[in-house]
Design a protein around this ligand. Sequence first.
Ligand code: ZN
Ligand code: ZN
Length: 406
Amino acid sequence: MGMKRREDTVEGFRVLTLTYRMDELPSEQRERLKEPFEKYRAIAAMYYWSKRLGLEEGVEQALKRAREELPSYWRKALDEESPLYAFSELEKMRRPRKHVLKLPLTEALQVRQQNEKPKNGALIDCKESKLVIYPGNGVRIELPIPKRALSWLKEKEDEVAPLTVHRTVRIQWRPERAQALKVQIMLRVERPKPPRPDPKEALLCYVDVNSRYGVAVVFAAYDGQRVKVFETPKFRPPNQGRRLREAAKRERAAARGSKPNVNYALARLSKKFDASGWVKATTARIFEKALEYAKGRPVWVNADIPDDGTVRGSRLQRTLLSIGRAAANLAAWYGVYVTFQCHSSHRCPLCGGELEELKAKRTRVMRCECGFREDRDYILFYHWLRALGLPLPKHPLATLPNDPEA
Ligand SMILES: [Zn+2]
Ligand SMILES: [Zn+2]
């Protein structure tokens, strides 16, 4: 978004994505959508490349065509003064396609008030469960919205009440795709930058992202005497090998004629794992848990994420690193204080000695000559507590597998 924002504020976003098949829409509506889309795409592409190549007359022509051919609201994507301007980081755009195809609609998506008859923008009609879009020039487009999506939107807005939530709708059209029409309802909230809480007063949440296995989290708080650990969940993305074997099994069953429709559909689902969706959902669960344990206290999340450069591996493993961005966004959304410090898993948090890794079946146990023993995943959290000036909790946090050398 090109919105100007004050230095001492942060902005957080939540996005609801809905997909529609073009052939499910009434043909009249389909035509109304297709025409401005086709025009917009041609004009936006011309604008993009002319800007990129420094062709003033190309830019002028694109803007002239936009004035003549595009409904008023959709022209704002090409208006540098508008918050809906879609080309603000033109030089950095590697994939213009995404931006050229994305059509922002309005900053003023509204829930319909009684007797209100807007002529521009878009609105959500809760009673009829539909999104009504007025792109200008008297055009009206209606898309159904599932009830579940409506309650999700309501839930998200309640989370940040009484702050104002700004809503934007974007639609994307990919004629070569079956689910050709993608509608994104974007919620944006702006709030003062959360202050650094007193570590003794805060709910502490350590998020350790490790490209080898996933995400290990510690939820804890100081109770006046010592640090109490509430929960230490680990989140692992579904195993790819297992998913592919499962898909192959389904395909064989379908080929033998056993419920082919169901089995082919399930095979497709198993193959198509949405890694960035998993990262977003997992990060959201971590924040929801942190806020539950906080019971009104301030929350401090530290996300320990390895450097991009040091990570070798699959796309899924690299996608894990995007937890940093997801965490920064959710921290802004909820008003949570977030840091991105990295801590050592090789040094003993008690004496500073070198830790030795013991091979155990499921858990990687680290041991020090001073007698300290702990699951490798929690060592980082101990170092964070030391850095915050807090005493360590009773350890080990969980029962460790038997020391094979003991
Ligand atoms: Zn680290
Ligand atoms: Zn030690």
